[in-house]
Design a binder for this molecule. Structure first.
Ligand SMILES: [Fe+2]
Ligand SMILES: [Fe+2]
Length: 294
């Protein structure tokens, strides 16, 4: 395979029509058979890859903050508006972070790691948002499966009396935050991870009908995105991680529910299906640097 074909495969799987600003082919290659895939790849890891004799290194996280990376963070606006948050409020929620990312893109040495790959002559690329989008969709499917029986538009008729599975929230007439934690925890990647799907804010018994899975937007939306969701009727936000300080700000407001899945576990939801696909194409993939497969 070529690096182009590998990137196209990731885009196709996730519904991206072009390479997003947090993903790139830094050193193209062809005739690739042996791949090293890791979450974080820096210069030492590239030297390791050279020693191991692999044909291509794929990182998940971008090896530097590029100048346009803030554009990927705008995906949060799409997630929020899809959940019913007015667009002006959603844009206001991301404004400060976008400004910060623009400045970081100005300041960062975005060519440090790619330049080493060029000098070593080792094909090198990273795939970030497309893989996180795969993971977001899988979490979204789990959430929707929990909510579907209670949704008025549901055509399954599962809310009819007598059809409710014993011990579920159907008897209560609503899904709970705990039901969502349970559903996400049942994903094979989550079960295999040493981290647990954590309810960082709220109560497992709280009823839930509107959920935003905010993943695949470069990084989590921190306090502003979750706060804005809760202020506009979203019951529950799902992140894969959040800074403690941001969480404390949300807790101080005493509103809403927030699930954090765990970073590596959350990322593995996206790269696991991708790596499976690469192997189907005959590639030999070795994982490292936090890319733990279930
Ligand atoms: Fe990720
Ligand atoms: Fe990540």
């Amino acid at each position: 395979m070529t690096t182009e074909e590998i990137m196209s495969l990731a885009l196709g799987m996730s519904g991206y029509r072009r390479v997003p600003e947090d993903s790139a082919i830094f050193v193209p290659g062809n005739g690739i058979r042996k791949v090293l895939f890791g979450l974080d790849v820096s210069t030492a890891e590239l030297q390791l890859a050279k020693t191991l004799g692999v044909d291509l290194v794929i990182a998940h996280h971008p090896p530097g903050t590029t100048t346009e990376i803030w554009k990927v963070f705008l995906r949060h606006v799409e997630f929020m508006t899809a959940g019913g948050v007015p667009e002006d409020a959603a844009l206001a929620a991301v404004a400060e972070k976008v400004e910060g990312l623009k400045l970081r893109g100005q300041a960062a040495n975005y060519d440090h790691v790619p330049s080493v790959a060029r000098l070593l002559g080792i094909p090198f690329m990273n795939v970030h948002a497309p893989l996180d989008e795969l993971g977001r969709r899988r979490m979204r499917e789990e959430v929707d499966a929990v909510l579907a029986p209670y949704h008025p538009a549901s055509s399954t008729g599962a809310t009819r009396e007598g059809s409710a599975p014993v011990g579920t929230g159907l008897a209560r007439g609503h899904a709970t935050v705990g039901d969502i934690v349970e559903a996400l925890s049942a994903l094979p990647e989550m079960r295999a991870a040493p981290t647990k799907v954590q309810l960082a804010l709220g109560d497992a018994r709280n009823p839930v009908s509107k959920v935003v899975v905010a993943h695949g937007a470069y990084t989590n939306g921190g306090y502003p995105v979750a706060h804005t969701c809760f202020a506009h009727g979203i019951d529950l936000v799902v992140y894969i991680h959040i800074d403690f300080g941001e969480l404390q700000r949300l807790r101080a407001e005493g509103r809403g529910n927030l699930i954090v899945t765990g970073h590596l576990a959350g990322d593995s939801l996206g790269f696991t299906p991708f790596l499976r696909e690469l192997r189907k194409h005959g590639l030999e993939v070795t994982t490292f640097s936090g890319a733990i497969e279930p």
